[in-house]
Design a binder for this molecule. Sequence first.
Ligand code: NAD
Length: 277
Amino acid sequence: MFKLAGKTAVVTGSGRRKGIGEALIRRFAEEGCNVVISDLGQAKGKEFGAEHIGNTEEMEAIAADARALGVQAIAVPCDVRMEDQVSNLIQATIKAFGQLDIMVNNAGVGYIMESFTEFKESSWDAVLDVNLKGAFLGSKHAAIQMINQGHGGSIINIASQAAKSGFPFAAAYTASKHGLVGLTRSNAIELGKHKIRVNAVCPNHITTGLGHWQNQFFSEKLGLDYETYLQGIVDRNPLQRTGLVEDIAKAVAFLASEQSSYITGEAMNVSGGEEYH
Ligand SMILES: NC(=O)c1ccc[n+]([C@@H]2O[C@H](COP(=O)([O-])OP(=O)(O)OC[C@H]3O[C@@H](n4cnc5c(N)ncnc54)[C@H](O)[C@@H]3O)[C@@H](O)[C@H]2O)c1
């Protein structure tokens, strides 16, 4: 639909079932792109527990789903906080497919939340390292490759409504996502001459694995039961529903394609009208 057939797309944090990353991989595969599924692959310390991350079995299963749609797919474990691993991710992509056209920095941590005065330095570092430094590293190594290829590309950062508005208990998350929009804008200016477009997508609420954790966390904080909390989100949304992973995939496919050829440096809300600046 968006003429992406034959292109290569890398999506970080795409190895977890029900996630935005999984939906992006599915959409790219439906469009005929070869895809690289990338995620942590295994639990790492208390901040990256098995209940929060995409493991290698899930990554391989998501790759198999993509292949079933008729494209080539590889799964590459990568901790986006580590520059050598991010560099390896891009090299593995080139080894498999010979090119990189679309880089989506989707890996994110949104389950480390606490009252601001209780927030630990180590928690702050974990959130900023994945959400902001990870996108810096992913963008840097993708840009190096795309500049060398000489025919441009599209870098897309999955930000959040928390890139535009503040949220309680989420200072680190909110700061990281606001920062991600700054990274997007600076890189759009610097990389434009190489025909590399850089944009962000800002979802509001989607009940992924991460979204489910947030529903539990905020409903407890507000003293509401889970369903009442979710209904509150629906009631204040102009389109009267929460987001779907497919809503984000549509926006990302558009930003990856030539249909958005004069769009760069944008932070596009995909929020049913809840966020509009
Ligand atoms: N679900 C929502 O409501 C929502 C709203 C706004 C923005 N987002 C953003 O969307 C993105 C995807 O979130 P999701 O809701 O699909 O949750 P998810 O938990 O399914 O996806 C996040 C992925 O990031 C991976 N990850 C975490 N640390 C990593 C690291 N160090 N290296 C590599 N990968 C790592 C996880 O393993 C996981 O697969 C995140 O950036 C999140 O902040 C989500």
